[in-house]
Design a binder for this molecule. Structure first.
Ligand SMILES: C[S@@+](CC[C@H](N)C(=O)[O-])C[C@H]1O[C@@H](n2cnc3c(N)ncnc32)[C@H](O)[C@@H]1O
Length: 378
């Protein structure tokens, strides 16, 4: 998509990204705001704050959430720092957020995110912070820009990064081109340096340069190396493929980094809810069929299907982990299958296994929480 038309109206997948941010930020703020006097959200690629069709952009959505946080019974002060490099977009950003800016809730910075990071880090001090990084394409977030964020002592530091692995793979593919004149070799060197700067390491080169790896495998390799590098700073990292429709190739990945298991658990369920919406949208209107709509409730059918699958996965896991808990089981699968099974799916499936006497609870009762010991009965 042309970047010039990006702000005409939000695409369906952009709305999904906004909904995920909008669902995640309030519980993040509630949890951390109960302990810290002030928390931050940093929108590193803020945009115009409003689309041309009047729909809110991420800075406006976040500012509205800050209002809600301030109105809670136990108020939480959520402040927002926006960075925008394009002067025209910045003008719109300042105009739309002016009332928050004058009350000190919003700070708008004109410039490149990477260059603004040191200033932001020193400004927010040790406050809990969520960084939302939503650039155009793959080249604007260098791994070196992320290091000062990843290295913060504050445990409550989280990131949501829009990672355009398809765009990155295209750069990698251009490196593989057979042109070997001086100009091409110079271009190749620059591209190799750029991809390495974005990913944060150059292991990708060996496998990808061999040229024998299929397109989606090359993307998987790049994504995996990026996630490994982010994880090495002590983060739980999970990725969600944002697609236009069910079965379509990803537009980009949302990479979620947190040091708390609760964060992953929350985001996992929010993603599952969005995926169910996607299934519902793709299925169209059930009213077109003459049978009762339940028969065509695709989400219900999908829920049943995935619960059968989850039961099989858990039973396999239990063969090797005979003593466990619900929390441990979910923690295991949530990374492997991020966004695939809702919290309700885990609860339902484990309840069923207890009822079927495949699991025995430590306290002998049927109802459990995440920490009750569970013993597998083969
Ligand atoms: C995908 S848009 C952001 C959309 C916005 N997050 C939303 O959801 O409403 C990316 C924005 O980043 C800006 N931008 C591009 N390069 C940048 C950089 N290096 N630092 C900060 N902003 C940048 C672009 O001008 C554009 O407005």
């Amino acid at each position: 998509m042309k970047t010039s038309s990006f702000f005409d109206s939000p695409k369906r997948w952009s709305k999904r990204k906004h909904r995920l941010l909008g669902k995640y930020l309030p519980p993040f703020s509630a949890k951390l705001g109960s302990k810290a006097p002030l928390i931050y959200c940093v929108d590193g690629f803020a945009g115009k704050a409003k689309y041309d069709n009047n729909q809110p952009g991420s800075p406006l959505l976040i500012a509205q959430i800050a209002n809600k946080c301030a109105a809670w019974k136990k108020p939480v002060t959520l402040k927002l720092i926006n960075v925008e490099a394009d002067p025209e977009n910045y003008k719109s950003l300042c105009y739309i957020t002016q009332s928050w800016e004058s009350s000190g809730i919003v700070t708008n910075l004109l410039g490149k995110f990477g260059e603004a990071v040191p200033k932001i880090i020193s400004h927010i001090g040790n406050a809990p912070a969520l960084f939302f990084l939503d650039p155009f394409g793959p080249t604007s977030v260098k791994f070196a820009d992320l290091r000062p964020i990843l290295e913060r002592n504050q445990q409550a530091t989280e990131l949501i990064i829009n990672f355009d692995v398809d765009g990155l793979r295209r750069i990698v593919d251009s490196i593989n081109s057979r042109d070997n004149n001086l100009q091409a070799s110079k271009r190749n060197k620059t591209n190799i340096a750029n991809v390495t700067e974005i990913i944060g390491s150059n292991k990708w080169k060996v496998e990808v340069e061999s040229g024998s790896v299929a397109t989606h495998e090359r993307e998987k390799l790049l994504l995996h190396e990026y996630i490994t590098n982010l994880s090495s700073y002590g983060y739980n990292v999970a990725s969600y493929a944002v697609r236009k429709d069910v079965g379509k190739t990803p537009k980009y990945y949302l990479i979620f980094c947190t040091r708390h298991a609760d964060g992953i658990k929350l985001m996992n369920s929010f993603i599952r809810e969005e995926e169910d919406e996607l299934i519902r949208d793709s299925a169209g209107n059930p009213a077109q069929f003459l049978l009762p709509s339940e028969e065509f409730d695709v989400v219900q059918q999908e829920t049943q299907r995935r619960r059968v699958e989850l039961r099989q996965l858990i039973l396999k896991y239990l063969q090797e982990n005979t003593q466990t808990t619900r929390g441990q089981i979910r923690h295991h699968f949530v990374f492997e299958r991020f966004g695939e099974f809702h919290d309700k799916d885990y609860n339902f499936t484990l309840k069923e296994l207890i009822q079927d006497v495949r699991l025995q609870t430590g306290h002998g009762r049927k109802s459990i929480n995440d920490t009750v010991p569970l013993t597998f009965i083969p």
